[in-house]
Design a protein around this ligand. Structure first.
Ligand code: PLP
Length: 460
């Protein structure tokens, strides 16, 4: 039994709680985004153990970072070997891993044009770099982004982040960002059911925006996630994405494809943009690129990523040699094991298994996604599609108690986020579906206390 009465669980977490308390005392709440009192002690492939010895299946994979599994042997070996040579030296000297990773990324990313690479530390800093490069390249003042988007937490990242509280956004003195509607085929505007028609509807709103409201020629860039993760796993129709490419070309805007969450095989293709048969001007990578090490990359048209002077996007620890050595091992692991194809196959299986829950429960409104980037939309009932965030939180709480790590996100905070390592065994997926099934039942039948909702800091 938990010794802390404020945590409504009978799970044994006594060793973890003092660490949780220290966080409360010393770590800024601006970094506190905790769903459960799990203090991680060990992780391997799709499993995690906490300080109390509890074992979990990981459906979160550190926010879709561990595509190749936790503590992947190839990455651990590459980093250890590099650490034995030297840890890192800032960008005043050359090192082999950066040259190798840049060459690799130029070769494997879509775009049959001359490309160059800027390596950073996080997805957010890479998006920031891509946006600054686009502003400098075009010398135009405006940026187009999308409602409920997430691109990181640098100043520009907050400015373009459609999922942030507008009050927080207003504190950033860059007000030239305009938010376009990201297509939602489950709750499409004007209740349109047909995805193609739905895509056309959103596209025509964008067309009108640039023709009638703000001249398309005044925009430096449009930044878009090819599947909107934090918006709630929204997969745009292909015609929408093709239209976005046409519009950005028409007005000479840089199309920035934020693949921080979708990249490195997660959606069943190496890069999610490949589902739509379009080529962006810049691709941004992070998370899974490093295989767990802090590495990000902006891969783009040479003239865009070289539009600023040397040292414009320079950080002492950026392109960190040992981390980049890990990233090379991670990218090779994805390629050699064709993990994108594995993700497509496992994703089909898992979507089918989750679809069984949709048949079984009135509160499962939609199961959607691509590859192993899936979302389960929890609703009051199928007909109204009214989002039920409270129920979703109760489901993940009970799932945690039963040994599954899964969080909620989405524009209404009601979508179960499913993003396990692409290397997850089928048995783990089956057990996880069983846990979700039992947890939905418990939550629907009132066996999860309302107070759990107050405990979690969760997406709204
Ligand atoms: C689509 C997308 N872009 C950017 C980021 C920011 O990446 P990071 O947290 O590594 O800065 C995230 C992180 O969740 C993301 O999902």
């Amino acid at each position: 039994m938990s010794t802390n009465p404020s945590i409504p669980t009978s799970k044994k977490i006594d060793k973890s709680l003092p660490i949780v308390e220290k966080y409360k005392r010393y770590v800024s709440q601006s970094q506190a985004f905790k769903y459960f009192p799990i203090v991680i002690a060990k992780a391997k492939n799709s499993r995690i153990w906490d300080l109390d010895g509890n074992e979990y299946i990981d459906f979160l994979a550190s926010a879709a970072s561990y595509n190749i599994g936790h503590s992947n042997d190839a990455v651990v070996k590459a980093v250890k070997e590099h650490l034995d040579k030297f840890i890192h030296y800032c960008l005043y000297l050359y090192h082999e891993p950066v040259a190798e990773l840049s060459e690799l990324l130029v070769k494997i990313t879509p775009g049959d044009y001359e490309k160059k690479v800027i390596i950073g530390l996080s997805g957010g800093d890479a998006n920031d770099t891509a946006l600054k490069a686009a502003l400098a390249y075009t010398r135009r003042p405006r940026i187009a982004s999308f409602t409920y988007s997430y691109h990181g937490t640098t100043a520009l990242g907050i400015a373009v982040g459609g999922s942030f509280d507008p009050d927080l956004r207003s504190t950033i003195p860059f007000h030239n960002v305009y938010f376009l509607e990201y297509p939602d085929t489950y709750r499409c505007v004007n209740n349109i059911d047909d995805p193609v028609q739905c895509g056309e509807e959103y596209l025509s709103m964008i067309d009108t925006f640039f023709k009638k409201k703000y001249a398309g020629e005044s925009f430096a860039a449009m930044i878009i996630e090819p599947v909107q993760g934090d918006g709630g796993v929204l997969v745009p129709p292909e015609n929408f994405m093709r239209g976005v490419r046409r519009i950005t070309q028409e007005y000479g805007m840089v199309l920035i494809d934020d693949e921080v969450q979708t990249g490195m095989g997660r959606t069943g293709k190496l890069f999610a943009i490949e589902h739509f048969n379009i080529t962006p001007d810049v691709i941004v990578l992070g998370k899974a690129l490093g295989g767990g090490m802090p590495v990000s990359a902006v891969v783009g048209r040479r003239e865009i990523v070289e539009s600023t002077p040397p040292q414009s996007f320079f950080a002492t620890s950026a392109a960190h040699a040992s981390s980049v050595a890990g990233a090379i091992a991670a990218v090779k692991y994805v390629l050699e094991n064709k993990l994108h194809e594995v993700a497509a196959e496992k994703g089909r299986y898992l979507a089918r298994r989750l679809g069984e829950l949709k048949e079984k429960y009135e509160v499962v409104g939609d199961v959607r996604g691509l590859g192993l980037m899936l979302g389960v939309d929890v609703v009051r009932d199928k007909k109204s599609k009214q989002p039920d965030r409270t129920l979703a939180l109760k489901i993940i709480w009970r799932a945690w108690e039963k040994g599954l790590i899964m969080m909620t996100y989405g524009k209404y905070g009601n979508v179960l986020r499913i993003a396990p390592p692409l290397t997850i065994p089928y048995e783990d997926m089956d057990r996880a579906v069983e846990i979700i099934d039992e947890s939905i039942k418990d939550a629907v039948e009132g066996r999860v206390p309302d107070t759990v909702v107050n405990y979690m800091t969760a997406w709204k």
